[in-house]
Design a binder for this molecule. Structure first.
Ligand code: SF4
Ligand code: SF4
Length: 285
C-alpha cells in the first residue's frame, strides 16, 4: 500500500494537498519547501540493504496499509537526505548514488570506486554516510547493521566487475559536533581530549556470507508476508533496545494501535542512537 501523504499540524494530508499547501500561506509546518520536495520518496524497492536490516513489522505494515508519514518523525531522514546531496555535490570522482540490482535485491551505495590491480583483480572502495543526532565520543565500533549494509553494497558492486576484492569499506558518521570514520583498514584511531581512542575495523564479509544473508532475510520477509495474509498476525515489535528506530518509523501509529489491541507495550521512542546489546544481537545473524 502506498504512503498516502503526510501527518502534520494540519492533520492527515494527501500528497496532492500537501504539494498545494507548500506554496500557499496555509503552510504551517516549518520544513523548508526543498526538503518537503524530497519527502515523497518512500522506496518502492522491496529488498534493499537498509530495508532488509530494518524492522520486519514495519516492512509488513508499509506493504499492507495506507499510511501518512509523521512530519516530525521524517525530519531526521530529510536532514540526512540534504546532507547526502551536499556530500554528492562536493565529492570529486567515484560513482555516486547509482542503483545496483541483483534480481529482487537492489541497493544504492553513497559513493564507490573501482580500480584494477596488477593481478587483474578489481579493487572496490565504498563510502557510506550516516547522519546521527548524537555521536558518542567513546564510540569505538561502527554499528553492526551499518557494517552489514556497507558489505552488502560491496557485494552488489562485486557482481558487476571481474575478480572483485574489497580494498576498503568506510562508514562515516556525522553529528552536529564531530565526524568519525570507521574503516575496514586496520590502525584507525581518534583523539578525544588528548586521549587516543582505538577504533575497531569494519569486518569484511566473504561474498558467500552476503549471499546467504540476503537469501535468508528475503525468505523471512516472504514468510511474514504469507503469515500476515493468512492470519492477520504481524511480526514482533523490534526488541526494546532497538526501539530508538521507532522514532523514525512512518507506520508507528498503526503499530501502536495493533500493540494496544494485542496487549503489547507501546513501541518506544528512545532517542539513544544505538546500544551495545543491539550491536551484539545483530552480530548473531
Ligand atoms: S506543506 Fe507542511 S503544513 Fe502543508 S500539508 Fe505539507 S506538511 Fe502539512
Ligand atoms: S514502531 Fe517500531 S516496532 Fe513498530 S513497526 Fe515501527 S519500527 Fe517496528
Amino acid at each position: 500500500m502506498p504512503e498516502k501523504g503526510v501527518k502534520c499540524p494540519l492533520g492527515d494530508v494527501t500528497w496532492a494537498k500537501c504539494e498545494k499547501c507548500r506554496v500557499s500561506p496555509k503552510k504551517v509546518c516549518h520544513i523548508p519547501v526543498p526538503m518537503l520536495n524530497t519527502m515523497r520518496q518512500h522506496e518502492s524497492i522491496t529488498y534493499s540493504p537498509s530495508r532488509l536490516l530494518a524492522c520486519d513489522r514495519q516492512f509488513i505494515l508499509e506493504r499492507h496499509y495506507e499510511f501518512y508519514t509523521d512530519i516530525d518523525h521524517a525530519y531526521a531522514a530529510l536532514r540526512g537526505t540534504v546532507f547526502h546531496a551536499g556530500m554528492d555535490a562536493l565529492s570529486t570522482g567515484g560513482v555516486k548514488e547509482k542503483r545496483l540490482v541483483d534480481g529482487e535485491f537492489s541497493g544504492k551505495p553513497d559513493v564507490y570506486w573501482t580500480e584494477t590491480d596488477k593481478k587483474g583483480n578489481t579493487l572496490i572502495t565504498v563510502h557510506d554516510y550516516k547522519t546521527v543526532s548524537t555521536l558518542s565520543p567513546s564510540m569505538t565500533e561502527a554499528v553492526i547493521p551499518h557494517q552489514i549494509q556497507v558489505n552488502l553494497y560491496a557485494y552488489l558492486i562485486a557482481l558487476t566487475v571481474p575478480n572483485p576484492v574489497v580494498k576498503e569499506l568506510q562508514i562515516i558518521y556525522f553529528d552536529m559536533k564531530r565526524v568519525r570514520i570507521f574503516s575496514s583498514m586496520p590502525g584507525r584511531y581518534a583523539i578525544e581530549k588528548g586521549e587516543r581512542i582505538e577504533l575497531q575495523e569494519i569486518k569484511v564479509k566473504p561474498w558467500e556470507w552476503d549471499e546467504r544473508f540476503i537469501g535468508k532475510r528475503i525468505a523471512e520477509r516472504k514468510q511474514h508476508d504469507a503469515n500476515f495474509a493468512a492470519t492477520g498476525e504481524l511480526p514482533k515489535q523490534l526488541p526494546r533496545d532497538e526501539q530508538w528506530k521507532c522514532s523514525r518509523c512512518a507506520v508507528h501509529g498503526i503499530c501502536a494501535d495493533y500493540s494496544a489491541r494485542h496487549g503489547e507495550s507501546m513501541p518506544g521512542f528512545s532517542n539513544a542512537f544505538a546500544t551495545r546489546s543491539e550491536t551484539q544481537a545483530v552480530r548473531g545473524e
